[in-house]
Design a protein around this ligand. Structure first.
Ligand code: COA
Length: 260
């Protein structure tokens, strides 16, 4: 299906979703948020898709935040609904059950950083700039930024970024665990695809078990999280890929995962 503000492209089992409003630095308006909801639903249900890469069109921005022109006239009730709609999208991405990589090609500010933080891996160009600048607008992050930044980077960094509202460069973002990897900008696409293809060749149910145990189980407290891990571990023994992975290791050959 064609979208107004997104480009969708498959390369083997890797689905590339590109936010495509470069003249507005890919700012998240309601249409784009709704389209992302749909695009991630489709990626979840398409069996051929094993990994999703999310990026922004143009050379300047991943996403420069929620659309300020759309946001400024909202009533408090509308703002609550807007926040919830954004948060639901972020949770949808985080709980997709397939790895999602944010390919951060430029500004990742406000809702842009919140979107990147909902992804499982964040690979940034060395030229990228990141931040939660909402306080400069008299606002606070509303798409989960206060909570995910806290979990990724700790309370000190979350408070520093959200209170000061300043942009940080990719190197500092890496030092704070806000991104997982940095590469020279001209290598961003190739390095991200290499990573995506590595994940696409892995056993999808094993990846899913890891994602569920870390993302969902990790929020449930230690014992509940350990129980979650045990269930996912046991479930892996029902898959062909587990039989293939362990027998390939014992036969000293490369595994060929079938995906179930
Ligand atoms: N919402 C709506 N429009 C946005 C936007 C946003 N979050 N971020 C950028 N844009 C638009 C600009 O209004 C401009 O549109 P125009 O050409 O029609 O006037 C266009 O994108 C280009 O942005 P511009 O500000 O001219 O680029 P710049 O290189 O001078 O500055 C930024 C880049 C990212 C520093 C600056 O755009 C910015 O601060 N954006 C807002 C970041 C923010 O506060 N995000 C959190 C929102 S809650």
């Amino acid at each position: 299906m064609a979208f107004q503000n997104l480009l969708i492209e498959d390369s083997g089992a890797v689905r590339l979703i590109t936010l495509n409003r470069p003249d507005k630095l890919n700012a998240l308006d309601r249409t784009t948020l709704a389209e992302l909801h749909q695009a991630f639903d489709q990626a979840a249900s398409a069996e051929s898709v094993r990994v999703v890469v999310l990026t922004g069109a143009g050379s300047k921005a991943f996403v420069a935040g929620a659309d300020i022109s759309e946001m400024s006239p909202l009533t408090p009730v509308q703002a609550r609904d807007f926040s919830r709609f954004g948060q639901q999208l972020m949770t949808r991405i985080e709980q997709l059950g397939k790895p999602v990589i944010a390919m951060i090609n430029g500004f990742a500010l406000g809702g842009g950083l919140e979107l990147a933080m909902a992804c499982h891996l964040r690979i940034a160009a060395d030229t990228a700039k990141l931040g939660q600048p909402e306080v400069n607008l008299g606002l606070i992050p509303g798409f989960g930024g206060t909570q995910r930044l806290l979990r990724l980077a700790g309370r000190g960094a979350a408070l520093e970024l959200c209170l000061l509202g300043q942009q940080i460069d990719a190197a500092r973002a890496l030092a704070l665990n806000v991104v997982t990897r940095i590469v020279p900008s001209e290598q961003l696409s190739a390095e991200t695809m290499k990573l995506a293809e590595q994940l696409a060749a892995a056993a999808p149910q094993a990846l899913r078990g890891v994602l569920d145990a870390v993302v969902i189980g990790g929020e449930a407290g230690l014992q509940a999280g350990l129980d979650y891990e045990t269930q996912a571990f046991a479930l892996a023994f029902s898959t062909e890929d587990m039989k293939e992975g362990t027998s390939a290791f014992l036969a000293r050959r490369k595994p060929q995962f079938v995906g179930h």
